[in-house]
Write a protein that binds this ligand. Structure first.
Ligand code: RM4
Ligand code: MN
Length: 403
């Protein structure tokens, strides 16, 4: 139990700056009270999530949504608020030039522009001390014959190679895949195999990120996790959940059992043991290189359309924490013994026993040991923070995703 608590205490879940702004579906984005108007206010909100959960010490940025004049100043502000800057997310999907793609676009001029943006994101990593660049490409085609599928892979490979070369010591990029949308016929990075192949060719600083919402229904995501971990190519997660297509609902809301199965493979693959010292909110030092490459980043990638945002993030962090605690409770010795004996039902029972354990008392105890309130949701509600931001953040333009 002490061991489990030590691992849980060191867990690090990164929240996304865009979760604090107004976002949602393609059809309507509902404005909420108290929503941040700039990246500084987003970081202040993220700091609340960390203050109440104790395990969300970093925040991912999305460029240009979080563009500021002085990134070092933003990083300083984050540190003062009690959090650090996490992954830098690039955005090559919201410019008119990208209608037919970004790095895979048929025009060399557009490809140059997109690649330059990715390089600019590495500059921002340098300025903020971030060690991780996250690449998601909406690139693809809607109609058979629209463009050459193979040539687009060549263009993608060329852009990735250029970004890879630009990465400094201790920096890496994570390549994200998504089955479909916005491209409806052929997406250029549609699955983990494509992402893996590009990363494998480039080297250790290129790793795959698994966005749990980006698979076909019925896909065995934990298998992908086990496989990538075995290959040393799992760079991180974008956690969210979905009932149909990519909906960016709160992680663990749609299928807590799937989240448990994923976290079990994470535990089994040793991915919670590495990079514990990475919880620091200080920028990564020169010597942090190896640790950055070994670390699996547990990031949330969610939008809160109808639910309040800060509590939505708190709930999500707690969902990952609960799944992790259950995964850690799996009696690995008993499981291995049952597996070795071919005891199908016995092995399954060991697995299910852990899943069916109520870990909430354990987590409440852990939080108290960490000097936190046992229930982060009610602690946040009672803190008065929401009333404060709702009163203060009047006027100005609320942050959104600019779609
Ligand atoms: C994409 C993808 C990226 C995220 C954007 C907002 O579907 O999941 O990770 O940055 O959405
Ligand atoms: Mn994502």
């Amino acid at each position: 139990m002490t061991d489990i608590k030590a691992v849980l205490r060191a867990q690090h879940i990164e929240t996304p700056s865009w979760a604090y702004g107004n976002s949602g579906t393609r059809f309507k984005v509902f404005a909420q009270k108290g929503v941040p108007r700039d990246p500084y206010e987003k970081l202040a909100d993220a700091a609340q999530v960390h203050a109440h959960t104790g395990i969300a010490p970093t925040v991912a940025l999305h460029i240009p949504w979080d563009k500021v004049d002085d990134y070092a100043d933003l990083a300083r502000h984050a540190r003062e608020a009690g959090v650090g800057i996490g992954a830098i997310n690039s955005n090559v999907f919201q410019d008119d030039d990208y209608m037919l793609g970004s790095v895979t676009h048929p025009s060399a001029r557009v490809r140059r522009k997109a690649t330059d943006h990715l390089l600019e994101c590495v500059d921002i990593m340098d300025a903020t001390g971030s060690d991780t660049l996250k690449l998601w490409f909406s690139d693809g085609i809607n109609y058979p014959g629209q463009d050459d599928i193979r040539a687009r892979q060549d263009r993608l490979a060329a852009a990735l190679a250029e970004v890879y070369e630009r990465l400094g010591e201790g920096q890496r990029f994570l390549l994200e895949y998504k089955l479909f949308e916005p491209a409806f016929y052929a997406t250029d990075v549609p699955d983990w195999g494509t992402a893996y192949a590009h990363c494998a060719k480039l080297g250790p600083k290129a790793q795959v990120v698994v966005d749990t919402g980006h698979h076909a229904p019925g896909t065995n995501i934990e298998f992908i996790v086990a496989f990538l971990l075995r290959e040393g190519k799992l760079g991180g997660f974008d956690f969210n959940s979905r009932f149909y297509a990519d909906d960016d609902l709160m992680v663990g809301a749609a299928d807590p059992f799937q989240l448990f199965r994923i976290m079990y493979e994470v535990v089994r693959g040793g991915a919670l043991d590495d990079g514990r010292d990475e919880r620091s909110t200080e920028p990564a030092g020169e010597d942090a290189g190896g640790a950055a490459l070994r670390r699996v980043a547990f990031m949330l990638d969610q939008c809160h359309n109808i639910e309040p945002k800060i509590p939505g993030q708190i709930r999500s962090v707690m969902n990952v924490q609960e799944a992790t605690a259950k995964a850690l409770l799996v009696d690995r010795e008993a499981l291995s013994a049952a597996q070795a004996e071919g005891d199908v039902l016995g092995a399954n029972a060991v697995f299910m026993d852990a899943y069916n354990t109520d870990v909430r008392p354990l987590l409440a105890e852990l939080r108290e040991e960490m000097g936190l309130a046992p229930d982060p949701m009610s602690a946040y509600a009672k803190s008065g923070y929401f009333e404060k931001i709702a009163a203060e953040r009047v006027g100005g333009e609320q942050a959104g995703w600019g779609a």
